[in-house]
Design a protein around this ligand. Structure first.
Ligand code: ADP
Ligand code: MG
Length: 372
């Protein structure tokens, strides 16, 4: 695994359960995934020599973030299987390249224009109008690297505020709902998909997810077919998460894709026959894909510094229907510090209420512990 965050950690646990060893290359010697790794290589995510040495010792290699030097990945791919392929990661790590790869397949995208200068931005603002969002082409995550335009902003100021070399300007979509679909695709092109997850973001950061979503069967099937189409168009081997907007009139638009495990798929551990992490292990190992069938309803709530919790010390209630994941990170404002998953036999609304209640309880107990 290249990258040492919570996605890497949960992948590592699945790899261990399946009988494999799990090696991590990360810039941070002490990170969420290194707690569970068989070996840790500390290196920058664009260190060609370190990637080559690491790749020489592993049977297959994957990623938990797209913010990786593609030259280093390509060098690794000369020594071992790298899935998704370096070219795929190079495409998905750029909002511009990603959309240029999806559009020819006829997939529905948020209206946007690429922007590489103030001059481009001036033209794009005239064409896209307001409200709109300027997003850096690379390096963005959790709503970082975005500037919202409500009208009246000067292109100069907006471009300076973003501080990127390349960006997209896209229309602000007054969506009725957000959801995501996760697809697993193997090296022969076999593909399985989970039912859509319904997501709510707060300040650009995923706040909570419920499963199943409230999409009706027709929309859910359309969403899955869009996600499969995206995985094929991008040539992903591994996982692809397709984040979408649902409009009031039933239109589905792709917001962005990530070719790795995704925050919205955490709850597949508790609620599906095989989790997104199990699927990725199986793809890397060359095993047949497993069942994505949902066993129960579930909801996931993130524990984000400053948004939900004021410390990274979590005291769970002990509710047997809730699983708490503590990333073991030190407290940083706007950082994902953990998450919890609540399950219910059939009702995602009930699971969500339990998850949000537990999150509020964790925050309250931390506050009262701090004031003692
Ligand atoms: P990130 O890479 O940080 O996840 P996203 O493009 O997914 O960036 O943006 C984060 C969130 O911001 C989205 O999930 C959505 O809630 C909101 N958002 C992003 N783009 C738009 C848009 N064009 N219209 C409305 N909301 C948006
Ligand atoms: Mg996103």
């Amino acid at each position: 695994m290249i990258g040492g965050g919570q996605l890497a950690w949960l992948f590592g646990e699945a790899a261990h359960r399946a009988g494999y060893r799990f090696h991590v290359l990360t810039p941070d010697a002490i990170s969420t995934a290194t707690r569970a790794a068989d070996s840790v290589t500390v290196a920058a995510l664009d260190d060609v020599d370190a990637f080559v040495a690491f790749a020489g010792g592993v049977a297959a290699l994957t990623i938990d973030t797209e913010h990786i030097g593609t030259e280093a990945l390509a060098a690794a791919a000369r020594l071992t299987r790298v899935w998704p392929a370096p070219e795929v990661i190079a495409t998905t790590q750029s909002r511009i390249l990603q959309r240029e790869a999806l559009a020819p397949a006829g997939l529905p995208l948020v209206p946007y224009l690429p922007v590489r200068s103030v001059k481009d931005l001036t033209g794009a603002m005239a064409e896209i109008g307001v409200p709109s969002i300027l997003k850096s082409a690379t390096e963005g995550y959790d709503g970082k690297g975005q500037v919202r335009l409500a009208g009246g902003e000067s292109p100069d100021d907006a471009w300076r505020a973003l501080g990127a070399h390349a960006a997209v300007l896209e229309r602000f979509i007054p969506f009725a709902a957000e959801f995501s679909v996760i697809v697993a695709r193997d090296a022969s092109g076999n593909c399985v998909a989970y039912e859509p997850f319904e997501n709510v973001h707060n300040e650009g950061i995923l706040d909570h997810t419920a499963w199943p979503s409230r999409l009706d069967d027709r929309l859910a099937a359309e969403a899955v077919s869009i996600a499969r189409g995206a995985a094929e168009a991008l040539g992903v081997v591994g996982l692809l998460c397709v984040e979408c907007f649902l409009l009031d009139d039933g239109t589905i638009l792709i917001n962005e894709c990530a070719a790795r495990p995704h925050n919205s798929g955490h709850l597949t551990i508790e609620a599906a026959e095989a989790s997104q992490y199990d699927q990725l292990v199986r793809v890397l190992a060359g095993l047949p894909l497993a069942s994505t069938r949902r066993l129960r309803a579930a909801a996931m709530a993130n524990l984000v510094g400053g948004l939900h919790v004021e410390s990274s010390r979590f005291i769970p209630s002990g509710d047997p229907d809730i699983t708490l994941y503590d990333y073991g990170k030190s407290y940083v404002d706007r950082r994902k510090l953990g998450h919890l998953v609540a399950v219910h036999p059939s009702d995602p609304g009930a699971a969500l209420a339990r998850a949000l209640g537990e999150r509020a309880g964790i925050a309250a107990r931390a506050r009262s512990a701090a004031s003692r």
